[in-house]
Ligand binder design. Structure first.
Ligand code: DC
Length: 225
């Protein structure tokens, strides 16, 4: 079974996806990490981020994979080929680079194929922007998770503080979130938009546990144990 969780950055997708996966015994796939890893490789290679062919080649030829931290069933370590990029893909530089890279149809095509291969290997909670619309339109459960801009910026600052990477400046993070939302929603290829059959959940002011329980209930209704 696939549970698709789409929505803008900072809506709480990662927290919710990991918790739902743990509760249901599913695996978890963070597709944003895959776009970030390709952007990281492009920067390392000195590639022009506007060059679709160069970025597409990286997405086709370099495999993004995930690994576990001891004792945690949800994968948290990210690799591209042999290089571990778990922390390196969370910097402000990658936040900026990932929008143009993820807008290239050639990049999306290659990563969509990788995501479909991974997701078809078992029960997955998959989080991203186009999971319910493009990657797994047949997903058993589709959620479009949102929250106010300010709440998302606060959460992202807290997440950056926990991780020890990324900006802690609220105004900077808020501006970045708005810029990325506009970019992700306006791009021609697989823009951020809810699937027609997605359940909309606004997590502003909601305890994240309520959202997690709601999605688990939807999954059980759809046949998950
Ligand atoms: O979820 P995130 O913030 O880590 O995602 C990083 C970027 O990747 C985000 O700007 C949009 C893009 N992305 C995408 O285009 N499609 C996805 N399925 C996931 C992320």
């Amino acid at each position: 079974m696939i549970i698709a969780i789409d929505g803008p950055s900072g809506a709480g997708k990662s927290t919710v996806a990991k918790a739902v996966a743990k509760k249901l015994g599913f695996s978890c796939l963070d597709t944003g990490a895959m776009y970030r890893a390709v952007a990281w490789r492009a920067l390392q290679d000195g590639a022009d981020l506007a060059d679709e062919e160069a970025c597409g080649r990286i997405a086709r030829e370099r495999e993004v994979s995930f690994g576990h931290v001891a004792g945690d069933p949800v994968p948290r370590r990210v690799f591209i080929d042999g290089d571990e990029v778990t922390d390196a893909i969370r910097t402000a530089e990658i936040d900026r680079a990932v929008s143009p890279v993820s807008a290239h149809p050639a990049v999306r095509k290659a990563l969509t194929a990788q995501q479909q291969r991974i997701g078809r290997s078992g029960d997955y909670v998959v989080e991203g922007r186009d999971i319910g619309t493009v990657v797994f339109p047949e997903a058993a459960v589709k959620v479009f998770l949102t929250a106010s801009d300010e709440e998302r910026a606060h959460r992202r600052v807290r997440q950056n503080a926990d991780r020890g990477v990324g900006s802690l400046d609220f105004e900077e993070v808020l501006a970045d979130i708005r810029r990325r939302d506009a970019h992700d929603s306006a791009r021609a290829a697989a823009p951020l938009k809810p699937a027609a059959d997605a359940v909309h959940v606004d997590s502003t002011g909601h305890y994240i546990e309520e959202v997690i329980d709601m999605i688990c209930a939807m999954a059980r209704e759809a046949g998950a144990r």
